[in-house]
Design a protein around this ligand. Structure first.
Ligand code: ADP
Ligand code: MG
Length: 236
C-alpha cells in the first residue's frame, strides 16, 4: 500500500436488509476516508448504522453496494474466506463484552489470533507478553477471565487485538460494560496506542465523554454521516 493511501476509503456505501415486505437501509450512502494514525469516534443514536458500518469496515460482512478499499485493496465483494484472511492479518477487534474464551488464561487468549495466523509457539508467547505489558496486564497472564475485573478483561482483549500489528483497530462500545473510572482507564490505553504506537483506531460509542478522547468525531443518523469534525480539544 502507498504511504499516503487511506487505511479505509468508502464511497456511496450501502447496506440494505430485507425484512419481509420492507427493506431497512442500514447504510444509505456513506463516504469516509480514514488516514493512517487517525483516532475516530463514531457516534449516533441507536439504529443509525454504527454497528453495520463497523461490521463492513471490519470485513465481517459485505456491503450491498458501493466502494470499499482497505489499505488500497478493493474489498467490497470478497468471499468469506478472503475476508477472514485479511481480518486475521490486518484488523484488530475490541468488543463491549470482551469476548475472551472462558477457562482459557489471559496469555492463551492473547495468543489466539497468532495461532490462526500460524505464528510459531515461542514467538507467540513473546509477542503476547509484550502486548500485555503495553496495556499493563502481563502480571495477569495465567489468570482466567473469571478471575479478572471487567477492566482487566478489556485490557486483555485490547492486547489480543494488537498481536498481529493491525492496520486498524475497530472497537464497538468498548467501555459499554464498564464503570466510568474504568472506562477512563481504557480510553487512556487507546489514546496511548494511538499517540505512542501510531495505531489507527475507529471506536463506536454513544457517550460524548468517551468520544471526547478521539481526535475526530463522525456522527451517523439514519444510515448517513451527518457530521464529521476534528475534536478541537484533542487536535490542539
Ligand atoms: P446502531 O449500531 O447504530 O445501533 P445498527 O447498525 O445496528 O445501528 O442498525 C442499523 C439499522 O439496521 C437498524 O434499523 C437495525 O434494526 C437494522 N439492522 C441491523 N442489522 C440487521 C440485520 N441483520 N437484519 C435486519 N436489520 C438489521
Ligand atoms: Mg450498535
Amino acid at each position: 500500500m502507498h504511504a499516503t493511501e487511506p487505511v479505509v476509503r468508502v464511497r456511496e456505501l450501502r447496506k440494505v436488509y430485507a425484512l419481509g415486505e420492507t427493506t431497512v437501509r442500514a447504510l444509505d450512502g456513506i463516504d469516509l476516508d480514514i488516514a493512517r494514525g487517525e483516532f475516530i469516534a463514531v457516534m449516533g443514536p441507536s439504529g443509525s448504522g454504527k454497528s453495520t458500518f463497523m461490521q463492513i469496515a471490519g470485513l465481517l460482512d459485505n456491503p450491498t453496494s458501493g466502494e470499499y478499499r482497505f489499505e488500497g485493496a478493493d474489498v467490497a465483494h470478497l468471499d468469506p474466506d478472503a475476508r477472514a484472511d485479511i481480518r486475521s492479518r490486518r484488523l484488530g477487534f475490541v468488543f463491549q463484552a470482551y469476548n475472551l474464551l472462558p477457562r482459557t488464561n489471559a496469555l492463551e487468549n492473547v495468543e489466539l489470533p497468532m495461532v490462526y495466523a500460524g505464528v510459531p509457539a515461542a514467538e507467540r508467547r513473546e509477542i503476547a507478553l509484550a502486548k500485555m505489558r503495553i496495556v499493563g496486564v502481563d502480571h495477569l497472564a495465567l489468570h482466567n477471565p473469571n478471575q479478572m475485573s471487567g477492566g482487566q478483561q478489556q485490557r486483555v482483549a485490547i492486547a489480543r487485538s494488537l498481536v498481529n500489528n493491525p492496520g486498524l483497530i475497530l472497537a464497538d462500545e468498548p467501555t459499554g460494560a464498564l464503570d466510568s473510572k474504568t472506562s477512563l482507564d481504557v480510553m487512556h490505553i487507546f489514546k496511548a496506542l494511538n499517540d505512542e504506537e501510531g495505531i489507527t483506531i475507529m471506536l463506536v460509542t454513544h457517550e460524548p465523554d468517551i468520544a471526547a478522547h478521539a481526535k475526530r468525531i463522525v456522527t451517523f443518523r439514519d444510515g448517513h454521516i451527518v457530521d464529521d469534525r476534528e475534536n478541537a480539544e484533542r487536535a490542539a
